[in-house]
Design a protein around this ligand. Sequence first.
Ligand SMILES: Nc1ncnc2c1ncn2[C@@H]1O[C@H](COP(=O)(O)OP(=O)(O)OP(=O)(O)O)[C@@H](O)[C@H]1O
Ligand SMILES: [Mg+2]
Length: 248
Amino acid sequence: MHIIAVMSGKGGVGKSFVATGLAAALQRRTGRTAVLDADITGASVPHMLGVPKSGRVDAEGRLLPGMSPDGIRVSSMSLMLPADEETLIWRGPLISKAIDELFTLTDWGDAEYLVVDMPPGTSDAALTVLDKLKPEGVVIVTTPQDMVTKIAHRSHHMVREMGGNVIGLVMNMAFVRCPKCGEQIDTFGSVRSDADAELPVLATLPLVMEWAALADSGQAAKIATDEFDALAEAVLAGLKVAGTASAS
Ligand SMILES: Nc1ncnc2c1ncn2[C@@H]1O[C@H](COP(=O)(O)OP(=O)(O)OP(=O)(O)O)[C@@H](O)[C@H]1O
Ligand SMILES: [Mg+2]
């Protein structure tokens, strides 16, 4: 199983949005994709992919993941906990333990690709994912603002220090298009800054109101399919460059 982690430096830049869009593209391509929602305290993957609350534990203690309408297996703490326990306050070490258990105990079936929605930033929980899951490739999501890309680069350095492979950046919410005249307005001014020069930009995505509504109503798999198909292509090429992907 090829593990691809989606990371960010800062919250709210669209990490889960990109993780679910990438997973949907890999699912269109292979039909054998799974997502691990490792953002234990900010679990949003089941909501975005329209996965009903369906996580179960079988007689052998294996976690049976939920399933999105297009067949993506999703393992998330929010599918395992009763609704009234979802707001539990988690202490750091418990978060790391929960991630480890979700990964090792989930029945991933015949999944070929596992996309991981990472815990925020360079937290201990993020370290746990890098250390225990050893993703083959990492995608870093950022918005094209100097401060945010600088923070994203902390994630880059953390992954590098741990011997990981950062495939590149996704610039999210980079521009909006005027609904009247079609003019492109750069949301944060210039799209590139010095700080992101050392990593390739794999995709530059606009901020689209309809996309936010689709993600919010469990239809993230329908968003920007061309853009996410191209991103999936670039990510798979990045795995191959790292020399760790199999020929399949
Ligand atoms: N390009 C986009 N166009 C429109 N809406 C977007 C776009 N990217 C993200 N969003 C929306 O913005 C919100 C924040 O995105 P998301 O939840 O993916 O961020 P995140 O980095 O995972 O945040 P957190 O740190 O809270 O986990 C979501 O409601 C999402 O649907
Ligand atoms: Mg998120």
